[in-house]
Ligand binder design. Structure first.
Ligand code: SDX
Length: 428
């Protein structure tokens, strides 16, 4: 028996709770028998101190600002890898050989088209529908089209569904953009890379050839890598919880998209750029920093702070570097980048942010690059969802194949009325 944590519960009952150790990171106290042995629950709204599962996919050390995917640091993957390679790594635990990578990329490219009837779903939306509303609807609707891979107990079905989701997200996201600007859908061209195909479906038009800009393609691919997976964040936990009931993967990913949309989560990239636009010039920054510190003001610095990172988000470091590279290569600039840099500098020297360990996160700089590439802010979270789909499906597969997996069903601390008899209307 390994180490254990002693707990003296109500009535002086002493418990030995096993301590479990992973390969790296905090140990966990196994409380699975707590309720049976004490009649009590733990209480942890927001799961600030709760591990909901075992996972071998992604490790984050929030204090050190470390992010590893299957052990590989995000900085090295962003520098040397590709989104297809990172997708293979997340799904298969190891980096692919040359042949494995080309086979995987080809498999993914063979699933990029949507069922033609699914394209007519878009016509039911208003042209000004938020792309995330469209993504929720269309991705959920995929489960109405793929009955041949719906047996989640069959690893082969799970594999096909995973490949379909990874492959179709760019087509779905690009079509949401085309629909919003009133341009015709552009079908996939599988002679292009995963990311090049997405750029052409988004910005290409049938009226003329579209040349993928290699600098933009590389930057976009790196942005996808930075968003691929991130441990048990809110949307991944949503996918896992939905999947724990046996729901089909398309419905689970649609649930993840819905959760990601919130401004406290994936919606922060859109909110961060809107905030920078509202701030405008650096001279206005002190006013907004004061608002962010004011307990009576709901305003927060969007793209700042993180539940896990109490240090600089390593993805934000790569994102800021990518802004500089893209701007230098494309000979473009954006005054909002200067505003963002100055905002970071002033916030990180302010005691409020220092004490609360609030640093820029992945969403702080991403909007500046995406805007420079040509995306409207409403597309930012849809791009996050596109990239995070591989993380969601990898986590979903890991959960389904976990022999200890069971339906997630948290308990509560009940503070409502105790039992009372019904009062007829005439007596109220
Ligand atoms: C993502 O979990 C993940 O891994 C998510 C993600 C992923 O890849 O999946 O990394 C992606 O969602 C990044 C986060 C994007 N969200 C934002 O940028 C929105 C702004 N940030 C916050 O709302 C906040 O920092 C959260 C939601 C990200 C984290 O919130 P927590 O961990 O619940 O922390 P908290 O809200 O309790 O804040 C702690 C303190 C509070 O002050 P006190 O009540 O202790 O006095 O810090 C303050 C907060 O008021 N605070 C901020 C702040 N963030 C926290 N104050 C001003 N501006 C902010 N941005």
């Amino acid at each position: 028996m390994g180490e254990s944590a002693k707990l003296v519960a109500g009535g002086n009952k002493e418990l030995d709770l096993p301590i479990l150790t992973g390969t790296v990171g905090p140990d966990v106290i196994d409380i699975r028998k707590l309720y049976a042995q004490t009649g009590m629950f733990t209480f942890d709204p927001g799961f600030t101190s709760t591990a909901a599962c075992e996972s071998a996919l992604t490790y984050i050390d929030g204090d050190e600002g470390v992010l590893l995917h299957r052990g590989y640091p995000i900085g090295q993957l962003a520098e040397h890898s590709s989104f297809m390679e990172v997708s293979y790594l997340l799904l298969n635990n190891e980096l692919p050989s040359k042949t494995e990578l080309s086979d995987f990329s080809r498999t993914i490219s063979r699933h990029t088209m949507l069922h033609e009837q699914l394209m007519s779903f878009y016509g039911g939306f208003r042209r000004d529908a938020h792309p995330m509303a469209i993504m929720c609807g269309v991705v959920g609707a995929l489960s109405a089209f793929y009955h041949d891979s719906s047996d989640i107990a069959d690893p082969q079905h799970r594999k096909i569904s995973s490949h379909r989701l990874i492959a179709k997200m760019p087509t779905i996201a690009a079509a949401a953009y085309k629909y919003s600007v009133g341009q015709p859908f552009v079908y996939p061209d599988n002679s292009l890379s995963y990311t090049g195909n997405f750029l052409r479906m988004t910005f290409g038009v049938p009226a003329e050839p579209y040349e993928v800009n290699p600098i933009v393609e590389r930057a976009m691919d790196r942005i996808f890598i930075l968003h691929a997976d991130h441990e048990q964040n809110a949307s991944t936990s949503t996918v896992r919880l939905a999947g724990s009931s046996g729901a089909n993967p398309f419905a689970c990913i649609a649930a993840g998209i819905a959760c990601l949309w919130g401004p406290a989560h994936g919606g922060a990239n859109e909110a961060a750029l809107n905030m920078l636009k509202e701030i405008g010039t650096p001279d206005k920054i002190p006013h907004y920093i004061a608002r962010a510190k004011d307990k009576n003001d709901p305003f927060r610095l969007m793209g700042f702070g993180h539940r896990v990172y109490k240090n600089y988000d390593p993805r934000a470091t790569v994102m800021q570097k990518t802004v500089r590279e893209v701007f230098d290569s494309l000979k473009v600039s954006d005054p909002l980048f200067e505003t963002a840099l100055r905002l970071e500098e002033l916030a990180l020297s302010d005691p409020y942010f220092i004490e609360k360990k609030l640093f820029p996160n992945v969403d702080f700089y991403s909007g500046i690059i995406l805007s420079a590439i040509g995306f409207p802010t409403t597309m930012f979270t849809a791009l996050f969802a596109l990239a995070r789909t591989v993380g969601w499906v990898a986590q979903w597969n890991e959960m389904i194949s976990d022999p200890n997996q069971k339906i997630g069903r948290p308990r509560q601390l009940y503070t409502g009325p105790t039992e009372r008899d019904y009062l007829p209307l005439g007596k109220r």
